[in-house]
Design a protein around this ligand. Structure first.
Ligand SMILES: Nc1ncnc2c1ncn2[C@@H]1O[C@H](COP(=O)(O)OP(=O)(O)OP(=O)(O)O)[C@@H](O)[C@H]1O
Ligand SMILES: [Mg+2]
Length: 323
């Protein structure tokens, strides 16, 4: 199996907030290989965006990494100077956000910005960058790239904007594309189109993709492997088919049971997992899911759960899961 392109090892991160800290990532280890699509799933507030941001070294000013490493092709990026990190980020890792306006400035045309996004490609004249941008817009499915290039971002529809943002990311020829809820703001049809597009692009460009989404259907369609997060931890990791057919962590089971695509016909309504995430200002000593877990015992509440290896690329963080 190939070496990981991007890997995170035992990464812990907390946010400073008035009166204390929020433990948003707690000893997270995850890796993505070349040509692989890794999905990160979990309920709101479990740390998905924080993990994505940490992978691209874009965490906010109040974030503090307290332990662990982030490696790009084996190189520990957190140990580099701020400048080297920025250069590396620009060259090797690109990000697509839920709101594509994040990627664009409102005061420049899409074309000008798509050219500027290629700042890291030195030996190509501006005119040629313009042509590359046109081709890339056509590639991501914009029917009139010339028109789109002459527009300001707010003059495009939401779906077109997200396609343009994906084009912008790919123009950098990244080794890794990180997408945080890239389809969440779109309607269902547009979401399906973007998922389809990402799959095609991934086959063409062979970059590694990390996709954050709370939509399990998107993960099933797009990903090779999934990491399920809960309260700042990866509680289960598995190849995507395996996870859907044989979820092992009680939280993964509960999450799958809540997926509208899977239960809609059976009941016509959306169940939710009972209870709430623990307070990340004071994470519990044992398993973070114990309070909501039907299988939990006294031990689960007190003793941190072990990471149980369940096969190749497969593990769960649970006292009750048998290897
Ligand atoms: N800038 C910040 N400052 C303080 N706390 C933050 C900050 N960003 C996130 N958090 C907290 O960190 C935890 C993880 O948040 P994060 O945004 O990573 O979750 P998420 O899984 O992406 O959620 P969602 O599905 O709602 O996007 C939450 O408790 C959140 O309130
Ligand atoms: Mg998020």
């Amino acid at each position: 199996m190939s070496e990981p392109v991007l890997s995170v090892e035992n990464l812990s991160l907390r946010y400073r907030v008035p009166g204390g800290t929020v433990a948003a990532l707690r000893s997270v280890s995850i890796a993505v290989r070349q040509g692989e699509v890794l999905g990160i799933a979990g309920e709101s507030g479990c740390g998905k965006s924080t993990l994505a941001a940490a992978m691209i070294d874009l965490t906010g000013a109040n974030a503090e990494i307290t332990s662990g490493t982030v490696r790009l092709r084996g190189q520990d990026i957190l140990s580099l100077s701020r400048d080297s990190r920025r250069r590396l980020r620009g060259r090797e890792i690109a990000m697509v956000f839920q709101d594509p306006m994040t990627a664009f400035s409102p005061v420049l045309t899409v074309g000008e910005q798509l050219v500027d996004f290629q700042f890291n490609i030195n030996d190509v004249p501006r005119r040629e960058k313009w042509i590359r941008a046109q081709h890339m817009l056509a590639r991501v499915g914009l029917t009139d790239p010339d028109l789109a290039m002459s527009r300001f971002p707010h003059e495009l529809s939401g779906g077109m904007r997200q396609r343009a943002a994906i084009a912008a990311a790919l123009l950098m020829r990244p080794a890794v594309l990180i997408a945080d809820e890239p389809t969440t703001a779109l309607d269902v049809t547009m979401e399906a189109q973007i998922v389809h597009l990402l799959r095609e692009l991934q086959a063409d460009y062979r970059c590694a993709i990390v996709i954050v989404t709370h939509h399990l259907g998107v993960i099933a369609e797009l990903c090779d492997r999934v990491a399920v997060m809960y309260a700042g931890e990866v509680v289960e990791e598995a190849p995507v088919d395996v996870l859907y057919h044989d979820p092992r962590h009680p939280y993964t089971r509960a999450l799958l049971a809540c997926d509208p695509a899977l239960i809609e016909e059976a009941t016509g309504r959306l169940p939710a997992i009972g209870g709430r995430l623990p307070d990340l200002a004071h994470p519990p000593p044992g398993c973070a899911f114990a309070e909501r877990c039907r299988l939990s015992t006294e031990r689960c509440r007190i003793v941190p759960p072990p990471r149980v290896a369940l096969g190749p690329d497969r593990s769960a963080l649970c006292h009750e899961v048998a290897p």
